[in-house]
Design a protein around this ligand. Structure first.
Ligand SMILES: [Zn+2]
Ligand SMILES: [Zn+2]
Length: 335
């Protein structure tokens, strides 16, 4: 093993609106089922910004952030056989109990006692860290680490698309990273025409490059309708109202956005026309595998989602940039 430093640096939100690089002692040797990781790239997610600015439904600073990571394996615990030093991996940040009915059924995202790294557990935004080997997904050699860093948000899109019954005609509300990942996933799934609604012109242009049939400004939303599947990646009251109205009878409305409070739904229309409103919460491990496979196969131009790659020393600016209207995915180069 090459010489390791005595200390690590971690990206933390010590208080609302504050981003700091904090020095900590180097982690202990990995436990029997753990792997010591050296992150390559960390993706900044809209949900991280919700936490930073106090808009997440249940997580507030102080938090050690980060849940979208591609990393190299530095050392493995005594019982780990699936991974070896030097290998590149993506981390599944959803730590479920493994024993409840949902976990036993292969639905760890339904586990009521699950916790997510970077939210209720310390995050992955660290120069070194130990992670359970069971949470790791191998990255094939040919896949660039910057693209592998997109596996987590793409898995969110793949999972959401899997919730809809009929992809004959699709509407996506919100063209940020998650909306665009839903677009990529819907295309992978062979969806019919996919329309997207997004206020920022540059993101609408990106959606068209990624294969959207049409990209509309929000003012056009009230004139759209008849979709067999609508994905609301915003989950504001106004977008939910429009999403329910734009879903055709018998269609599915999938809520992908994270609402910060309760919202009302137009029950008369949902009841009369048998419109299903479904939540989509994170993913299951198979969605991450599917995301890595799609990225490795080069089936989708996901690299276009990367707005900027900032060095770790500029972490504070990176979070600010990630919050700007025209940013999609900002990655931090962990060094
Ligand atoms: Zn994320
Ligand atoms: Zn469980």
């Amino acid at each position: 093993m090459t010489a390791l430093p005595n200390r690590i640096q971690a990206i933390e939100f010590p208080a609302l609106g504050e981003v700091s690089l904090i020095s900590h002692p180097f982690p202990p040797a990995p436990g029997p089922d753990e792997v010591l990781l050296r992150p390559d790239y960390l993706g900044i997610c809209g949900t991280d910004l919700h936490v930073l600015h106090g808009k997440h439904p249940w997580v507030r600073p102080p938090v050690r952030t980060g849940h979208e990571v591609v990393a190299r394996v530095v050392a493995v615990g005594a019982a780990v056989t699936r991974f070896r030093p030097g290998q590149r991996v993506v981390v599944n940040p959803l730590l479920a109990c493994g024993i409840c009915r949902a976990c036993q059924a292969g639905r760890p995202n339904h586990c009521e006692s699950a916790k997510v790294l970077g939210f209720r557990l310390p995050g992955l935004g660290s120069t070194y860290l130990n992670a359970p080997a069971a949470q790791l997904h191998a990255v094939p050699d040919g896949l660039a680490p910057t693209l592998a860093a997109l596996a987590e948000p793409l898995a969110v899109g793949i999972h959401a698309v899997g919730r809809a019954r009929d992809l004959h005609k699709v509407l996506i509300i919100g063209g940020g990273t998650i909306g665009l990942c839903v677009l990529l996933a819907a295309r992978l799934a062979g969806a019919g025409p996919i329309d997207i609604v997004e206020p920022v012109a540059a993101k609408r242009a990106l959606a068209l490059r990624l294969g959207a049939n049409a990209a509309h400004a929000p003012e056009a939303l009230s004139g759209l309708g008849g979709y067999s599947a609508v994905f609301d990646c915003v989950a504001a009251q106004a977008t939910l109202d429009e999403a329910c109205r734009a879903t055709a009878g018998g269609g599915t409305m999938v809520v992908v956005g994270v609402a910060d409070a309760a919202r009302a739904l137009p029950l008369p229309r949902l009841q009369r026309f048998e419109i299903d409103v479904l939540g989509s919460g994170m993913y299951v491990p198979a969605d991450i595998d599917a995301a890595i496979a799609a990225l490795a196969a080069g089936e989708i131009a996901a690299g276009a989602l990367i707005s900027a790659i900032r060095p770790l020393a500029e972490a504070k600016d990176a979070y600010e940039q990630a919050g700007q209207r025209d940013s999609v995915k900002v990655l931090i180069d962990m060094g």
